[in-house]
Ligand binder design. Structure first.
Ligand code: HEC
Length: 166
């Protein structure tokens, strides 16, 4: 979005420069607009890798209680939240070399999705273990092995119900 704004400003700038004649003031105005937009772009806040991971941590925990309660709609929602956060890492954290390993979760996520679609509790439990191991394998490979994830003992929040609404 912001990139396309800069692009538009540049295109306008080039069009103006091609026109000739009395364009100096307009060119100057556009130049300063481009500089403004570049500064805005540089100052734009984007979540860090760790912030995305903290979000994923919450969805990973909720996914467990959704599945245990065979609340498959919620489990489906949570696994997709994880996938969305992973896509965002790939979009916003391109400069981090760890990002290249994000697809290492794909097989485990696919197994998890299949278990949820089949509403199969046993398959859900084993794919949860597979997913958690894949999370920790990446942490190990990128030397963040001190961030160990595991199957949670308790729901992360008391203000969310994991059972299907009766
Ligand atoms: C691409 C490799 C990779 C994968 C896959 C991965 N992580 Fe991470 N994770 C990291 C890195 C790198 C950090 C440290 C980020 C930072 O703060 O710079 C991290 C940090 C974390 C943290 C600590 C966050 C904090 O700030 O306290 C948690 C929790 C976490 N990950 C959970 C998970 C879970 C759950 C999964 C699987 C669903 C997962 N991670 C998959 C690379 C990965």
């Amino acid at each position: 979005m912001k990139k396309s704004l800069v692009f538009l400003a540049l295109a306008a700038f080039l069009a103006m420069s091609a026109c000739g004649g009395n364009q100096t003031a307009e060119v100057k105005a556009l130049q300063s607009r481009v500089a403004d937009l570049e500064k805005q772009l540089a100052d734009t806040y984007k979540p860090g890798f760790g912030e995305f991971m903290s979000g994923i941590q919450v969805h990973h925990a909720k996914l467990w209680f959704a599945g245990l309660n065979q609340n498959w709609d919620l489990a489906d929602f949570e696994v997709h939240e994880i996938m969305e956060a992973l896509e965002n890492i790939q979009k916003y954290q391109t400069e981090r070399k760890e990002t290249a390993l994000i697809p290492s979760l794909d097989p485990a996520l696919k197994t998890m999705n299949d278990a949820i679609q089949k509403q199969d509790l046993a398959a859900f439990k084993s794919s949860y273990e597979l997913l958690t191991t894949a999370c920790n394998n990446c942490h190990r490979d990128v030397h963040y092995e001190f961030n160990q994830v595991k199957t949670p003992d308790q729901p992360p929040f008391s203000n969310q119900a994991f059972q299907i609404r009766k």
